[in-house]
Write a protein that binds this ligand. Sequence first.
Ligand code: PRT
Ligand code: ZN
Length: 221
Amino acid sequence: MSEARLNLAVQKSGRLAEGGMSLLKRAGLRFGYGRDALHRRAENMPLDLLLLRDDDIPSFVAGGACDYGIVGENVLYEAQARSERYGGLEVVLRLGFAGCTLKLAAPKDGSVRGVEDLEGRAVATSYPGLTRRYLEERGIIAEIVEMRGSVEVAPRLGIADAICDLVSTGATLEANGLAAFETVLESEAVLIRRRNGRNGPVAEVAATLIQRAEGVIASAQ
Ligand code: PRT
Ligand code: ZN
């Protein structure tokens, strides 16, 4: 019955989806259809995938709807910075893909060159929890402007003096005349779970999955 199957949350589509599915397949899992578009059923292990927006994965795991999840550290730590609800989540394994860095950046030709220049200024970001905490720890009081996307256009439009956004190649910053001056967080895809998750057969399935994933990651290095 479904009670004895492990529920694993993965991103439905996006930068984590491909790497996540590839890892699971290299770990030997074969997937068929699930009972609806949200689910996929492993054919050779008692495991079901839930296909979700990455931002929803910490909620599903914290709430118990999923036992494990694959998510970026940026999304996990932002959730934890915002709410105590996520305090019971832990990283089981770093997965070695979807690497990126959350960085503070500002217009190349402007007056913001370092964190201390942000005092009394506005910072646009999709990561208000991590950004606020980073600045507060350094004694900087700045206005945080929360944006869901296109954060890099905020300085040009006069909405903010700086941004705090994910960077991988740096091309987006460059194209918008921005330069990074501080690293807030190094991130990669991780496997997460609740600290007090289900025991019994489901925990045994999880242990097998983790062992196989470790093997795949080690052989890729
Ligand atoms: O629909 P859903 O909500 O699930 O997906 P999404 O659009 O929120 O996420 P997606 O698929 O874009 O990213 C998922 C995860 O991939 C992120 O949470 C990170 O953990 C990781 N990741 C790795 C990145 C990047 N690299 C990245 N470069 N996520 C976003 N970016 C964006 C960044 O925000 C900026 O706009 O790419 C741009 C910068 O890239 P460069 O190469 O120009 O520096
Ligand atoms: Zn998202």
